[in-house]
Ligand binder design. Structure first.
Ligand code: SF4
Length: 104
């Protein structure tokens, strides 16, 4: 079995912003899709979670954390996991050294 990747959770000193998250009083099932959820059902759930994020006073801190942690699952900071995945791929592509990009 290959070794498991090391968690990339940032060692943030401040976590108290989470106490002000608008999702603390929202339905937690909005933010993470059930197994095999696809299509309109998934879009509707994501949209409902994003609506909560729009009203959240700590959306910037949440998004910053999710991006640094490379959170793969759920809606965080007003971004769906698909949206973050697109950003992560662009970030990874931008980090390819020039000589490696030329060789491919
Ligand atoms: S931005 Fe969204 S996911 Fe993050 S704390 Fe606020 S409501 Fe929760």
């Amino acid at each position: 079995m290959p070794p498991l990747p090391i968690a990339r959770v940032p060692l943030d000193e401040r976590w108290d912003w989470q106490l002000d998250g608008a999702c603390r009083t929202a339905d937690p099932t909005l933010f993470f899709h059930p197994r095999n959820e696809r299509g309109r059902s998934r879009d509707n759930r994501d949209r409902a979670a994003l609506y909560v994020c729009e009203r959240c006073p700590v959306v910037g801190m949440c998004r910053d954390y999710a991006m640094r942690a490379r959170e793969a699952h759920g809606v965080w900071g007003g971004l769906t996991e698909d949206e973050r995945e697109i950003i992560f791929r662009r970030m990874d592509a931008d980090c390819v050294p020039e000589h490696a990009a030329e060789a491919s």
